[in-house]
Design a protein around this ligand. Structure first.
Ligand code: ADP
Ligand code: 5GP
Length: 188
């Protein structure tokens, strides 16, 4: 459906919640206009300043299930109690322009996409420690206590899959992590 894709233009980024992935992705998108964000579809509620069609396509559970039955997703998964999915049309929209397609997905999505697009660049962002991860999640002040607990448990599970990724980047000092990710993306 996506035809012949140049898989090195597909960049998969996964990180435990609160690790700094959104911060790093926003820095990349601001600096590099040839990198485009694949906007996922989700049934979760918008958080903070998130906007429909920018951060996510926010939708209902019924509509999401309808999209699954219409085979609209390259991959989809239930993450932290909500549905998230990547539409074929989204990846096609970006690759057709010759841009690099950056996908922010969980480990289930990452593993599926690696199979579909061999040769893609898969990056796992690691926190300096689990304690620091929890501190960042709390400092973000966007999640309830229940959500933080659920996300922390899921994060610990996700960390077990980091070795399945082609690249691992430690997000201790933000600037260093950013430079390392840039190098991975632009190293042919
Ligand atoms: P994610 O998208 O992975 O859930 P965010 O990008 O929302 O994470 O970051 C979570 C919090 O951690 C934010 O408040 C962000 O400003 C902060 N943060 C991100 N990277 C670092 C870093 N290297 N050092 C300290 N704080 C960071
Ligand atoms: P958040 O709710 O913090 O935006 O995202 C929660 C998790 O869902 C993150 O791990 C994020 O990478 C993942 N996610 C976002 N979009 C998708 C998607 O389209 N597919 C999959 N599998 N995971 C996604």
């Amino acid at each position: 459906m996506l035809g012949k894709t140049r898989n090195s233009n597909i960049i998969i980024v996964t990180a435990p919640s609160g690790c700094g992935k959104t911060t790093l992705i926003n820095m990349l998108l601001k600096k590099h206009t040839d990198i485009e964000f694949s906007i996922s579809t989700t049934t979760r509620q918008p958080r903070g300043n998130e906007q429909h069609g920018v951060n996510y396509y926010f939708t209902s559970i019924d509509e999401f299930k309808n999209m699954i039955s219409q085979d609209e997703f390259v991959e989809w998964a239930k993450v932290h109690g909500n549905y998230y999915g990547t539409q074929y049309s989204e990846i096609k929209r970006i690759l057709d322009k010759g841009n690099k397609c950056l996908l922010d997905v969980d480990v289930q999505g990452g593993l599926n996409l690696m199979k579909i697009f061999p040769g893609c660049k898969s990056i796992f962002i690691e926190p300096p420690s689990v304690d620091e991860l929890e501190r960042r999640l709390r400092d973000r002040k966007t999640d309830s206590e229940d959500t933080i607990r659920l996300r922390m448990q899921d994060s610990i599970d996700e960390l077990m899959f980091k070795d399945n990724y082609r690249y691992r980047v430690l997000n201790d000092k933000l600037e260093n992590a950013f430079i390392e990710i840039e190098r991975i993306i632009y190293d042919e």
